[in-house]
Design a protein around this ligand. Sequence first.
Ligand code: PLP
Length: 452
Amino acid sequence: LDAIRAVEPAVAAAIGAELHDQRESLKLIASENYASPATLLAMGNWFSDKYAEGTVGRRFYAGCKNVDTVEALAAQHARELFGAQHAYVQPHSGIDANLVAFWAVLAQRVESPALAKAQARHVNDLNEADWAALRRELGDQRMLGMSLDAGGHLTHGFRPNISGKMFEQRSYGTDPATGLVDYDALARSAREFRPLIIVAGYSAYPRLVNFRIMREIADEVGATLLVDMAHFAGLVAGKVLTGDFDPIPNAQIVTTTTHKSLRGPRGGMVLCQTELADQVDRGCPMVLGGPLPHVMAAKAVALAEARRPEFRDYAQRIVDNAQALAQGLLRRGAKLVTGGTDNHLVLLDVSSYGLTGRQAESALLDANIVTNRNAVPQDANGAWYTSGIRLGTPALTTRGLGTAEMDEIADLIHTVLAGTTPGTTDGKPSKAAYVLADGVADRVAGQTTDLL
Ligand code: PLP
């Protein structure tokens, strides 16, 4: 940190403070983790200075042999770890990985001379008529994805995201009675809507998705099945999700982030069957800028870690811990979406405490418990205030916490929420303001520190 402090002390201080905060608080954000020192160091080095547009052995820049080494290694580890036919490790994030995948499916499936021209030339060589033809030829394609309030991600066709603008979009939800994906309703909707792409995968669904059934539905209606496994990639890598629940053998194309349960650097990845490989490899420059060689180096390290036998044990403990946390909350009277969990996350409906998600999130943070508010199905408070709190176990499992500690954490969460009441702003009821009973935050915060 001394080198940074000498240039911009405030940044050095913020890095130190962040390390402190992440070490000393209960990190229950389902999409976060702690990457290993080897992964972090592989990211913070001279590879960051290198440009390497293109693919391994076929670059638009000279001097890329070391980048070729790390990119080829990351792709090899990804293929072998997940049993995928092809891996593309350049996407900078999960959103980028999805965009690459959408374009690849469009390019593979849609007869479009304009797209072929766009791919063959530099974008600057396309004139207005070319762009109009591109919009005309690609414009009426359809995507069916999981709705945001059922647990889907905004890149699965949500209107404010580009995916909701590139495609005519329809979403599927969950059965209001059970909170589970209703495959029959999904199949009916797919038959009627005839999408080009069906997106499976989620950010806030606490159960397993049967990708074999999803593929059968996709095949029946002539759609490509895209699974976004960003959240549960670590459970796939660790062989907790196998057979019908493993996306790789079931979907034609799979996207992921590398930084969530997979415990790698911040980034994305696309895995696909051979038929889609050429189109996926065109991610740069079609969708992405130059790859981030330092992040690809870190992906290679993290994927090598995930291939070790102990990662399977880690993945199983993530699920054991989530189930222990769910049981602990249920025992204390909490209401959980779907009544429990089969994966790494628990969705707690805080309306039974008389709170919004926003109030609960803030009160928990005061007590040193870091979570995020999340919509529950048919959420009456909308996506900003929400009625839920999403809790995930990948990070605390990395810290070595086990099922006994999860029960204590359930108790701490319940204590905070039971000790919180809605507050007012300027004398009026507010969905953000809250009042925590005296002493609760300090007492619970003290106990969180003992746990770590
Ligand atoms: N896909 C899913 C299912 C996610 O949960 C997320 C992240 O929240 C993303 C994609 C986007 O990842 P990123 O934030 O790296 O763009």
